[in-house]
Design a protein around this ligand. Structure first.
Ligand SMILES: Nc1nc2c(c(=O)[nH]1)N[C@H]1C(S)=C(S)[C@@H](COP(=O)(O)OP(=O)(O)OC[C@H]3O[C@@H](n4cnc5c(=O)[nH]c(N)nc54)[C@H](O)[C@@H]3O)O[C@H]1N2
Ligand SMILES: Nc1nc2c(c(=O)[nH]1)N[C@H]1C(S)=C(S)[C@@H](COP(=O)(O)OP(=O)(O)OC[C@H]3O[C@@H](n4cnc5c(=O)[nH]c(N)nc54)[C@H](O)[C@@H]3O)O[C@H]1N2
Ligand code: SF4
Ligand SMILES: [Mo]
Length: 739
């Protein structure tokens, strides 16, 4: 034999890059390059994708399940899970089992296909995910504005003339809630075709440096700036009243009235952005032919996360840029049916036990997970299932959560690493290597800046008896349901009920047909492949089970488009997306209007002057779990405390000096990195570090431990409408540590 080449999508971040892998005859990945034939990524790759082989072959990855720290067979591991869960449910009831789903769940086939089934089978209300450390404010905003929390409009990067970007740093993150391979190149192209990019960020990031203009903003104050932009559009008669949105929007007058109090002069002292600049920014936005406002993590993980997310889209509506080419558009993923029964969005269908926080999108805020673990009483969480998550590092006040995890009666983790979180687990079920895992981006193609589909079968086959992640999760769902029968029955149930619904639904491409006939037509691969085939065939580009013989099937996607299939630029589709009760875009939902009171009181309050902390992403990190790849740690990727040189001088510290950072919740000590890229009064620590805990297995990460920023973030501070964590604008005090 010898070397061979194989192709797959990179599963690491949201950019969906195609990869070309070289494998030796033992099946080890020896080289990774960008897949030049991928129609979306066209060969683009970043340092993380390029080292996927090192991650794939990491000797610290768990190959076999662990139970009480010993390697066990898969049967024994599942039996231990069955006993552990049954015990807790028997003693304390179903809500005593909590589930935490982390970020990589959204980057797999298995997570989206089986995650919900596990939660449903458990019958617990205690679902927590990394979404409430991330984008939940956007779901709430879109839920109320468009009726669907997943109807997230993305900037049409390739056609826009003007991009106003807040709280995003795609030059390091490669983009988020806007899947765009080579995001940096797409930004440069905006400028190259004469367009304009403006970045709003408390730090002059690499993205800000690439832009035409960078506005430093005081952390956590975007909602004020956005309100002032709205104010200016109304005050200067710049609102696009005619055009394709005319008659499709409710609440214009309500928003106008709300914005009256937020004149640029009033918000300037709060945001740190001069009134003249705010006015000019509004005028530029209104004057641009095709413009998009895009807000990401920095605008979500703050105290006004939902208001900021809402106002971003309010600006897209007011400038007439929602749902039009070059504006903010709704992707049309190939696997998601267009026709569906529509239920308008609500929150608070149940509430958390300890802090009485509302359910949002079927889950509770991760900021209250430790409360639920620690507070005794009926309904206390006694068991936890984590899937692809590391909340002992990633959650707000993670040090507290880390301690609370130690008290669980039972914990099982589906995770390839023995890390800060999974060291608390009684059983760890490791998914196989990326090379052994199939890929289709169920979640992220829903946010792609072009319609695009790609299926990557496993590059290396699994050994007999070794379950893939889909099979692990399906088995967990069966165990959770109390039957522990054949997991294939679960998929069969889902397929049968989906087909039954599809044939009954008017407008569906299979309306009126026989479910049995459709069932027989499905792909003959794994259960996950059968479900994917079903989804694609029912989707907007699908063959409708023969109704459109040239349409998409999984078989066709796999055999005819191994490098992926470009389904074209985004198309206007507001009517397909909208499912508000009114059938219109709700520009000023009452819950948001009520929350504006917080902004108004803050405008009246004297400005607090102290130091605040923000986060930071580095190109070669990926949250907490790539620090065990030698090529990715060290150099520019180190866990330093960045601060403005003026602040460093005042503190009497220079580069490399230790600084103590203290907040309400704790203290960390980090090494100073003075840099004028940070605005005065703002300091920055990256997240995902702190790999010095005992009982983990990650040698490289341990030697590059860093400190956990989430020892100083606060789980009691949340964005009230979404329950989202607040990672930006955390009040801290600094102290030089004598050497
Ligand atoms: N290399 C790398 N890539 C990643 C990840 C990673 O860890 N490393 N993580 C992935 C994940 S999980 C996500 S969610 C995405 C996130 O992708 P992005 O949203 O691009 O995230 P960040 O790079 O954190 O950028 C957030 C920016 O907000 C700024 N900011 C902080 N506070 C405020 C504020 O109050 N207002 C404004 N306007 N800006 C503020 C920060 O300085 C920072 O530049 O990245 C993904 N990609
Ligand atoms: N201070 C601060 N905190 C933050 C952020 C911030 O900007 N600042 N960002 C927040 C954001 S945006 C996010 S998304 C969260 C992330 O929060 P989490 O999802 O809790 O944390 P990750 O570090 O992404 O952990 C991923 C876990 O999945 C495992 N894993 C990797 N690949 C696979 C796989 O294929 N299958 C399975 N089952 N497991 C896998 C890894 O080993 C690791 O344990 O962190 C949040 N925390
Ligand atoms: S940008 Fe993201 S998807 Fe592309 S190679 Fe890098 S980590 Fe992978
Ligand atoms: Mo995230």
């Amino acid at each position: 034999m010898g070397d061979r080449t194989a192709f797959r999508t990179c599963p690491l971040c949201e950019a969906l890059c195609g990869l070309e892998l070289t494998l030796d005859d033992a099946g080890a990945v020896t080289r990774v390059r960008g897949d030049a034939d991928d129609p979306f990524s066209k060969g683009f790759i970043c340092p993380k994708g390029a080292t996927l082989g090192r991650l794939d072959g990491d000797p610290d990855r768990l190959a076999e399940p662990l139970a009480e720290s010993a390697e066990v067979t898969w049967d024994a591991a599942f039996e231990a899970v069955r006993e552990g869960l049954a015990g807790v449910i028997g003693r304390h009831g179903r809500d005593a089992v909590a589930v935490y789903l982390g970020n990589p769940v959204a980057h797999s086939i298995a997570g989206p296909l089986y995650g919900a089934a596990i939660v449903k089978a458990l019958g617990t209300r205690n679902l927590f995910t990394s979404s409430t450390s991330d984008q939940m404010p956007k779901h709430v905003s879109c839920g109320h504005m468009f009726g669907d929390p997943l109807a997230i409009a993305v900037p049409d990067l390739d056609r826009t003339d003007h991009l106003l970007m807040l709280g995003a740093n795609p030059l390091e993150s490669n983009g988020s809630l806007a899947s765009a391979p080579d995001f940096p190149g797409r930004l440069r192209a905006i400028r190259a075709r004469g367009g304009r990019v403006t970045v709003v960020d408390p730090r002059r990031t690499r993205t800000a440096a690439l832009a035409d203009e960078h506005l430093f903003i005081r952390p956590g104050t975007d909602a004020f700036l956005l309100m002032a932009l709205v104010h200016t559009l109304f005050a200067e008669d710049l609102v696009a009243s005619a055009g394709h949105l005319a008659g499709r929007v409710n609440g214009l007058d309500d928003l106008r009235a709300l914005a009256v109090d937020f004149a640029p002069e009033r918000v300037a002292p709060v945001t740190g952005i001069p009134a003249g600049t705010i006015r000019r920014t509004a005028r530029e936005l209104a004057a641009a032919g095709r413009a998009a406002v895009y807000g990401r993590l920095g605008t979500c993980t703050q105290a006004y996360g939902t208001l900021s997310s809402w106002l971003v889209d309010a600006l897209n509506v007011l400038t007439g840029n929602l749902d039009r080419p070059g504006g903010a558009m709704f992707p049309r993923p190939a696997h998601a049916p267009v026709y569906r029964r529509k239920k308008p969005f609500t929150t608070g269908r149940w509430r958390s036990r300890v802090r009485d926080l509302p359910e949002v999108n079927g889950e509770l805020p991760v900021a209250t997970l430790a409360d639920e673990l620690e507070t005794p009483g009926e309904g206390q969480v006694k068991a936890l299932i984590t899937i692809g998550g590391n909340p002992a590092l990633s959650a707000p006040n993670a040090a507290r959560l880390d301690r609370a995890l130690a008290g669980l009666e039972f914990m099982v983790s589906v995770d390839p690493y023995l890390n800060e979180t999974t060291r608390h687990a009684h059983v760890i079920l490791p998914p196989p290597r990326p090379a052994q895992t199939p890929h289709y981006d169920i979640m992220l193609t829903g946010f792609a800046v072009r319609d695009y589909a790609r299926y990557s079968p496993p590059v290396v086959p699994l050994p007999d008896g070794r379950p893939g992640e889909a099979a692990i999760l399906a088995r967990l769902a069966m165990i959770a349901s109390g039957t522990d029968g054949d997991p294939a029955a679960l998929d069969e149930l889902i397929i049968t009920s989906t087909l039954a619904k599809a044939v009954a639904l008017e407008g569906s491409p299979v309306h009126g047909r026989e479910p049995d006939e459709l069932r027989k037509m499905l792909d003959t691969g794994t259960p996950a492949e059968q479900r994917l085939d079903m989804m694609l065939r029912l989707g907007p580009y699908g063959d409708g089970f023969g109704a459109d013989p040239s349409g998409l099937t999984l078989t066709r996607l796999r055999s005819e488009h191994p490098h992926g299939l470009d389904l074209g630029a985004l198309k206007p589709r507001l009517d397909e997306v909208l499912c508000t009760t009114s059938g219109r875009v709700e520009l000023c939902p009452p819950t948001f209007a009520a929350d504006v009171d917080r902004l108004r009181s803050a405008l009246r309050a004297p400005q607090a002057g102290g130091t605040v902390l923000i986060g930071r992403r580095h190109l070669r990190s990926n949250n907490s779990w790539l620090h065990n790849v030698p090529e990715l740690v060290g150099g520019s990727n180190t866990c330093t405390l960045q601060l403005n040189p003026a602040d460093a001088d005042r503190l009497g510290v220079g580069a490399g000096d230790p600084v103590r950072v203290t907040s309400r919740t704790g203290t960390v000590e980090a090494v100073a990195e003075p840099t004028d890229t940070l605005m005065p009064g703002v300091v920055s620590l990256p997240h995902g570090w702190g790999h010095d805990r005992p009982g983990t297995r990650a040698g490289v990460a341990r030697r590059n431990a860093g400190v956990n920023v989430n020892a100083v973030t606060d789980d009691q501070e949340i964005d009230p409408l979404s329950g989202n964590a607040v990672f930006n604008g955390v009040p801290v005090t600094l102290e030089a540590v004598p050497r």
